[in-house]
Design a protein around this ligand. Structure first.
Ligand code: DUC
Ligand code: ZN
Ligand code: ZN
Length: 468
């Protein structure tokens, strides 16, 4: 008879494809048995009435990133991964931002130092390419992909970050040669700058004008262009943080043309609208993110995209800034003009409960779809499968135990992130992750971190299922 370190008993196991009652036997951090009535374990966890799901994988999280002069991101790797664990996530993928003129190796050294010894869940890095020199594309990226840094993000917006179309093409070509997967932030920077200029002439500087300077057409056009550039080079890409139907339909059409495309949406596009930016005083600054939240019809479209599989990924785009803070949303310039309000909202802890409650409990998506878009597809698309993202023999025992009947009113103090607000304050959800195991060890139970030490590891990744 096999002996286990831990057995999770009598839970309902949910994967991206199946739902079944089974015990889960864990040995040396791995799942080694799925069967009825496993015994002989050092630790037994009773999961009667609970769902046992793969730990959440959030492949779009910003932590400890420089964000402009005098602006400080609200989460470092300690607080950000703590909040991730509280929300049922066992892996986060964060961004390593290349400064202009910097080598990618230098940038990675800095981000590894930021993360070292601080992580409560497993962590991996996407490279943000802002300076695609011949050396970066010809030498560094091939070597980095071989070392397990297999994804890249590029921006079509933000002066100083955005790449020109020829630079995007060259980056995509490098991705095609190396198997890297490119994530694209799609908004037309020239259109946005033009609109900001017009708003300035009219004195329209309040937070709500962040949304009107970044209209759907600017996102749709850039999405179409990114997809066309990928088609020209013949390489898969990920369209990240899609906010509306028109951009979503571009993804559908590209797939119909035969392109391999992944699509991502985020909680803010299901739960918020541009009206949230239009509030008294500076309250609207709390909701400034890019692309901006749109309207009810866009929310419905994003739900449709999740239901119908246009979106493979549901990520938080956690990009936290404090609100009432001169280094955050209400910095001196930001108080006067929306363009200086740092873009981004916190959400790594609320991503899963929101989708569980609003998606699964309402019957919009199945439990299996929930697991697919919050964990399994992230592992597959970013080269961690089947080590992560599923419940199978040999996989890491990264497991989230969910109580589908736990009712929680979201408040900022529950989330233990560095931001002083949550956009979802007062939102009532049904279903909550009550325990999280990371490689077989409990790291979170009933809203508290346990174990006392940071057990997260850095993950080198293989190639994406889209590019392999
Ligand atoms: N893009 C992101 O992916 N996150 C935050 C800000 C942004 O523009
Ligand atoms: Zn982005
Ligand atoms: Zn982001």
């Amino acid at each position: 008879m096999m002996r286990f370190d831990t057995v999770i008993r009598h839970g309902t196991v949910v994967t991206a494809s199946d739902t079944f009652v089974s015990d889960v036997g864990i040995l040396n951090g791995k799942i080694v048995a799925l069967a009825a009535e496993l015994t002989d374990a050092d630790e037994v966890i009773d999961a009667t009435g609970l769902y046992v799901m793969p730990g959440g994988i959030d492949s779009h999280v910003h932590l400890d990133q420089p964000s402009g002069q005098g602006i400080v991101m609200a989460d470092d790797f300690d607080s950000g991964t703590r909040s991730a664990a509280l929300g049922g996530n066992s892996t986060v993928m964060t961004f390593c931002m290349q400064e202009k003129g910097q080598s990618l190796r230098e940038a990675l050294k800095i981000y590894h130092a930021k993360a070292e010894g601080k992580c409560h869940v497993d962590v991996s890095f996407h490279m943000v390419i802002t300076d695609p020199t011949a050396d970066v594309l010809g030498q560094e990226i091939p070597a980095l992909v071989a070392d397990g840094y297999t994804s890249i993000k590029v921006f079509m917006t933000y002066e100083g970050l955005r790449l020109r179309d020829d630079e995007i093409l060259a980056t995509l070509d490098t991705a095609r040669r190396t198997g890297a997967l490119v994530m694209v932030h799609c908004e037309n920077e020239d259109a946005i700058r033009y609109l900001i200029g017009r708003h300035e002439e009219e004195g329209q500087l309040a937070p709500k004008f962040h949304a009107t300077t970044r209209p759907i057409a600017a996102e749709r056009e850039a999405t179409h262009r990114a997809l066309s550039l990928a088609e020209i080079v013949d390489v898969p890409i990920v369209i990240v943080h899609v906010s509306n139907r028109e951009a979503m339909e571009e993804i559908r059409r590209a797939r119909q043309r035969g392109q391999k495309i992944a699509g991502e949406t985020c909680p803010q596009y299901l739960m918020l609208t541009a009206d949230d930016l239009d509030q008294d005083a500076m309250e609207g600054a709390k909701y400034v993110c890019s692309p901006p939240p749109r309207d009810k019809a866009s929310q419905d479209a994003c739900w449709e995209g999740l239901e119908q599989g246009v979106f493979d990924l549901f990520s938080s785009d956690h990009c936290p800034f404090r609100f009432d803070d001169p280094e955050g949303k209400l910095n001196e310039n930001g108080k006067r003009h929306f363009r200086w309000i740092p873009n981004g909202i916190p959400g790594v802890a609320t991503r899963l409960p929101i989708l569980f409650s609003e998606g699964v409990m309402t019957g919009r998506i199945s439990l299996n779809q929930f697991v697919a878009v919050t964990s399994t597809n992230h592992a597959k698309l970013y080269g961690l499968y089947p080590q992560k993202g599923t419940i199978a023999i040999g996989a890491d025992a990264d497991l989230a135990l969910w109580d589908p009947n736990r009712r929680v009113t979201i408040t900022n103090d529950l989330l233990q992130h560095g931001a002083d607000y949550t956009p979802y304050e007062g939102t009532q959800v049904r279903g909550w992750p009550v325990q999280l195991l990371l490689r077989g060890k409990t790291v979170m139970k009933d809203g508290s971190l346990v174990g006392g030490e940071e057990q997260g590891q850095y993950l080198a990744r293989g190639l994406s299922s889209l590019t392999a």
